[in-house]
Ligand binder design. Structure first.
Ligand code: SF4
Length: 223
């Protein structure tokens, strides 16, 4: 499937698939090892709360899309703080941080709006690396916190998760963490833990888009 076709994907049922899988594992008395690609601490908070009940989770912080080093460091340090709250029940692994990996992946798509083709490349980069690390380190499953965002298409993310699974031979756990109040719960937990919540996705292009939006709003309010 081309990236253009991927972007047209709609549909759901991914949270139900996750619940079905989880129930099967419970019945079998299994507690599998899960590598959870984590985009940031606020999004990870509700995902971890849900997953730790049934999985041994390692949060995998792999986000070369974050263009400002200080911002990257801030998000990593918030992840460390969040994982510490779980007092040994969750581990944290940090992936390689080299912004060139992201810039090479999205070359020519810099002007795409958020949610467009640039994001497909960005999701694929992060999911492929997660699938690769999961396969090389004996994880039973991998998945991503990205599906908790109402701004991100879960059908695209789940299709890319399956694509990564086929490529690297690790098993993808379907997800749509925003469902059943998941996104709302991430806001509540972020407040409770005092987590830093950034107001843009991560790359320089999304930051510029956000700043242009805020400027436009401010100008409208002055009229
Ligand atoms: S907007 Fe977000 S998902 Fe899209 S390319 Fe930028 S960092 Fe990646």
């Amino acid at each position: 499937m081309s990236d253009e076709e991927l972007l047209k994907l709609r549909g759901g049922g991914f949270f139900e698939e996750l619940e079905k899988k989880t129930k099967e594992l419970q019945k079998e008395g299994k507690r599998p090892k899960l590598l959870l690609h984590s985009c940031c601490a606020p999004c990870s908070s509700a995902c971890l709360e849900y997953l730790v009940k049934n999985f041994n989770v390692t949060a995998f912080y792999y986000n070369p899309n974050i263009s400002i080093k200080e911002e990257y460091d801030k998000r990593v340090s918030e992840m460390k703080r969040l994982v510490n709250i779980y007092d040994g029940d969750v581990s944290l692994a940090e992936g390689r941080y080299d912004i060139r990996d992201f810039l090479d992946a999205v070359k020519g798509l810099e002007k795409e709006p958020e949610g467009g083709l640039r994001c497909v490349k960005c999701f694929r980069l992060r999911l492929y690396e997660t699938a690769r690390v999961a396969a090389e380190n004996g994880f039973d499953y991998f998945t991503t916190t990205l599906t908790i965002s109402p701004l991100k298409n879960a059908a695209v993310l789940n299709a890319l998760g399956r694509e990564a699974s086929e490529k690297f031979g690790s098993e993808f756990l379907p997800s749509d963490f925003k469902k059943r109040g998941g996104y709302q719960r991430s806001i509540e937990l972020s407040k409770e833990y005092g987590l830093y919540r950034q107001d843009y996705c991560g790359c320089a292009f999304s930051k510029a888009e956000r700043e242009a939006f805020k400027k436009k709003k401010a100008e409208e309010n002055c009229k």
